[in-house]
Ligand binder design. Structure first.
Ligand SMILES: Cc1cc2nc3c(=O)[nH]c(=O)nc-3n(C[C@H](O)[C@H](O)[C@H](O)COP(=O)(O)O)c2cc1C
Length: 244
């Protein structure tokens, strides 16, 4: 397949894509269909990501059927309720106790205020987004070696196996989002539907025992303003030369 950047003109540079790929929620255009070819280009580029032992067990379930999107949206909403009850909910994070700098606390508060509107919008409208993408990692085919080695979703996994599992899909899913952004498509990484992963597997016909879902990524055309730089910690706070 020839890879073309059929969306934005002129195509953004690699640095520009890396700098400006934001979580787009209410800025997703619910009225404009996304061409199948664009999604295929993005998945093709995603598959260029690395995989442990070159195992290549990344899969993408692309959902456009309105009934399935509605059902998946219900799973997402259900998951969102579970997230709000969980200790990980951003509204409950004890940011002020973290002994972080005041500017960091202020940054979080600012984000949390914005997020509550944006995030609520997505909870309400996710099923209306024209394309919902579920990246998965499969313990089938060559990936069966994991299952045969006793790796199941119910066993606590050592870091090396966790890293190998997620490392085989998360870079690919990120490449998908970057390729989408390069084509003028907005997206948002989400995970809360995984509180009810089995329900989502049933909706999408995913074999739950051997295929693990990694995310649910709504994708749609977005206005150029949706792509912009975000605030991040100063380099000195997070960059460790030679030792921590
Ligand atoms: C692992 C992970 C899980 C996330 N889960 C959700 C989610 O379930 N729902 C949502 O609206 N956003 C979710 N996000 C998006 C984050 O809120 C977002 O990346 C963060 O606020 C930074 O904003 P930015 O992506 O625009 O830079 C998730 C992001 C990551 C990396």
């Amino acid at each position: 397949m020839t890879i073309e950047t059929t969306g934005a003109t002129p195509p953004p540079s690699a640095d520009e894509v890396l700098r400006t790929t934001r979580s787009v929620r209410s800025g997703l255009d619910l009225t404009r269909p996304v061409a199948r070819e664009l999604v295929e280009e993005c998945v093709t580029l995603a598959l260029q990501a690395p995989s442990g032992s070159n195992i290549q067990n990344a899969h993408f379930v692309v959902v456009t059927d309105p009934e399935r999107r509605r059902a998946l949206g219900d799973v997402y909403r259900h998951g969102w309720e579970a997230y709000q009850e969980s200790p990980f909910f951003y509204g409950k994070l004890p940011y002020d106790d973290y002994r972080q700098r005041p500017d960091e606390v202020a940054r979080f508060r600012q984000w949390a205020q914005m997020a509550s509107q944006q995030v609520d919008w997505l909870v309400e409208h996710i099923h209306e987004v024209p394309v919902l993408v579920v990246p998965c990692v499969a313990y089938t085919g060559v990936g069966r070696i994991y299952a045969e080695a006793g790796v199941t979703r119910d066993v606590p996994l050592p870091a090396v196996v966790q890293a190998a599992t997620w490392g085989n899909i998360l870079p690919a899913a990120t490449q998908f989002r970057l390729a989408a952004r390069a084509r003028g498509l907005g997206s948002c990484w989400t995970v809360v539907h995984l509180f009810y992963e089995k329900d989502a597997a049933d909706v999408l016909g995913i074999p739950y025992e051997t295929v693990i879902q990694a995310a649910l990524i709504p994708v749609a055309h977005a206005a150029p303003e949706e792509f912009h730089l975000a605030q991040r910690p100063p380099l000195a706070d997070v960059l460790h030369w030679d030792a921590w």
